[in-house]
Design a protein around this ligand. Structure first.
Ligand SMILES: NC(=O)c1ccc[n+]([C@@H]2O[C@H](COP(=O)([O-])OP(=O)(O)OC[C@H]3O[C@@H](n4cnc5c(N)ncnc54)[C@H](O)[C@@H]3O)[C@@H](O)[C@H]2O)c1
Length: 444
């Protein structure tokens, strides 16, 4: 079986590499010529554990290749995955321009029956739009070719993407075509050897399932974050509360870690898009709006705590920031809480020196050039260099090497021994014994 995967980002590249690893022949297509050229040279454009060896070995075996030409890639394949970005539009809705551009391109080049698979996260009704877009191109060409559009949303987590793809909790296939369902069954058979993980459902059901999953996870995070803010006011330690409720099997420990807000390329945009879908459908999404509002406030919380401690004018103060990626295990800084913090600190007159184990090159690209030029933002070579002369260290991303730092060295290098712990990584009592002033999220 041969596949085309359009889009070589976190989802497309992982999808292509993992299917190739299962013996399929995969062409990954991207309009970004530089990215395709880099991939052809064997350079992996993203940090994702296990991805590099997988890509390299499958390229070497001739099962995985990269192209900028969808027309060429489609020639030999009968399943075409759409895995391009769906960023938020100005009104919060998912911007489908990339998805529909690929659909048009598929319609222009389709020569025989194929299954087109929406793997991008797209609102309910998008598969219909993709179908209409392809059909319009076929009509314009005056040809009659059958095809099916399937929804197969992706649930991988950045930082564990390869493992998640190889051992998924579930594979959602939305289709009402038996022919397409059979093809998808064959395609995913290697992932279902011991357990039947595939759930077949309607196309719209599958589209909604993805949004509901992300909205549920975002809701859990915003819930515990709101409880943490309340704990702060009431002199309660939210970490005890977290353990206390997590031990209830109906609640569980997952996704109830208090912190400085969720980020990344999925939760923020998907919650916003679902809010937009609700409004368009005449439903008032009170819960989802509250989830989003709590997250906005939470992303400002570290800055608010810093202002509470140092005053509104931060001129002349210098802060060390540990962690830039939106979570550990990835170099993705889309909607990262570090961005909100660094932009707020530098706007209030402070300077910042930041360090992240893998996202430094992304930070160099993402932050405004003038922040670097006038020295308001510096990037350090390692976590301890970032601390030199700092009035406080702010932990934003809970990378493992930050968990048990050398407190003695920290104290020697910082101007003041103050820690703002945005992910509740430290035991407040222990940190205080080390001579630090400490503020976490909802810690007594
Ligand atoms: N990143 C995740 O963790 C994750 C998880 C599950 C689902 N998703 C969803 O998967 C989709 C892709 O996300 P991502 O993080 O991989 O995006 P990404 O931004 O990392 O990659 C998208 C790629 O698509 C390419 N592209 C855009 N238009 C194109 C076109 N017309 N033809 C060919 N290539 C084109 C871009 O150049 C880019 O390389 C989104 O809908 C996202 O919501 C993402």
């Amino acid at each position: 079986m041969r596949l085309t995967v359009v889009g070589t980002g976190y989802v497309g590249l992982v999808t292509g590499a993992c299917f190739a690893e299962m013996g399929l022949t995969v062409t990954c297509v991207d309009i970004d010529e530089a990215k395709v050229a880099a991939l052809r040279r064997g350079e992996i454009p993203i940090h994702e554990p296990g991805l590099e060896p997988l890509v390299k070995s499958n390229v070497a075996e001739g099962r995985l290749s990269f192209s900028t030409s969808l027309a060429e890639a489609m020639q030999n394949s009968s399943i075409h995955f759409i895995a391009v970005g769906t960023p938020p539009d100005d009104d919060g809705s998912a911007d489908l321009s990339h998805v529909l551009a690929v659909a048009r391109d598929i319609g222009r080049n389709l020569e025989r029956y194929a299954v087109i698979v929406d793997k991008s996260t797209v609102p309910v009704g998008t598969a219909d739009r993709v179908r209409q877009t392809i059909q319009a191109e076929l009509d314009a060409r005056g040809v009659d070719i059958e095809f099916d559009v399937v929804s197969n949303p992706e649930f991988l987590k950045e930082g564990a993407a390869v493992e998640d793809f190889m051992k998924p909790d579930r594979i959602i296939i939305g289709t009402d075509s038996e022919r397409a369902a059979e093809k998808m069954r064959q395609l995913y058979a290697p992932f279902n050897r011991n357990h039947q993980r595939t759930l077949f459902m309607g196309v719209r059901d599958a589209e909604m399932t993805k949004y509901a999953a992300n909205a549920m996870l975002a809701t859990k995070i915003s819930f515990i974050n709101e409880i943490a803010v309340l704990c702060d006011r009431l002199g309660v330690d939210v970490e005890n509360v977290r353990r206390g409720i997590g031990s209830d099997q109906r609640i569980g420990y997952h996704f109830i870690y208090p912190g400085c807000g969720y980020g990344g390329s999925c939760f923020p945009k998907d919650v916003k898009a679902l809010v937009r879908t609700a409004h368009e459908s005449g439903v008032e999404p009170t819960l989802l709006q509250a989830v989003e509002a709590r997250n906005q406030a939470q992303r400002r919380l570290l800055f608010d705590k810093i202002v509470e401690r140092f005053g509104a004018d931060l001129s002349g103060l210098h802060f060390a920031v540990w962690g830039l990626a939106f979570k550990p295990g990835t170099d993705d800084m889309r909607e990262a809480s570090s961005r909100v913090l660094i932009e707020a600190l530098t706007s209030a007159g402070a300077s910042v020196c930041a360090y992240d184990p893998v996202a430094m090159w992304v930070a160099r690209r993402e932050f405004a050039e003038d922040l670097f030029a006038d020295g308001r933002l510096q990037l350090a070579e390692n976590q301890y260099d970032a601390l030199d002369g700092a009035d406080a260290m702010v932990l934003v991303t809970e990378w493992k090497p930050f968990r048990f730092p050398d407190f003695g060295q920290m104290k020697r290098r910082m101007r003041r021994p103050v820690i703002f712990d945005g992910r509740n990584q430290y035991d407040p009592r222990m940190v205080k014994e080390e001579g630090f002033e400490y503020a976490g999220i909802g810690r007594r």
